[in-house]
Design a protein around this ligand. Structure first.
Ligand SMILES: [Zn+2]
Length: 76
């Protein structure tokens, strides 16, 4: 996985698909919500069910990107 490819990836949890990911050992870390995704055999597993939530976060709906989405919903 090279840097150019990595730059194309977006966090699958981010509703707006804007958050980029950075490499950290055998993980990819979302620049926005800090969720991490495993890299298995050189392939990033970018599926929400494989996501590891950051410490202190119990569920995906607590992430900053998700809360922003909920705020938008509530406004309508
Ligand atoms: Zn994210």
């Amino acid at each position: 996985m090279d840097d150019a490819f990595l730059a194309q990836l977006r966090c699958p949890v981010d509703p707006q698909r804007e958050a980029t990911l950075s490499r950290d050992e055998q993980l990819l870390v979302c620049s926005r919500c800090r969720v991490t995704f495993p890299v298995k055999q050189g392939l990033a597993v970018l599926v929400p069910t494989e996501a590891e939530l950051p410490p202190g976060t119990r569920e995906v709906s607590q992430l900053p990107c998700q809360r922003a989405l909920n705020r938008q919903k509530n406004r309508k």
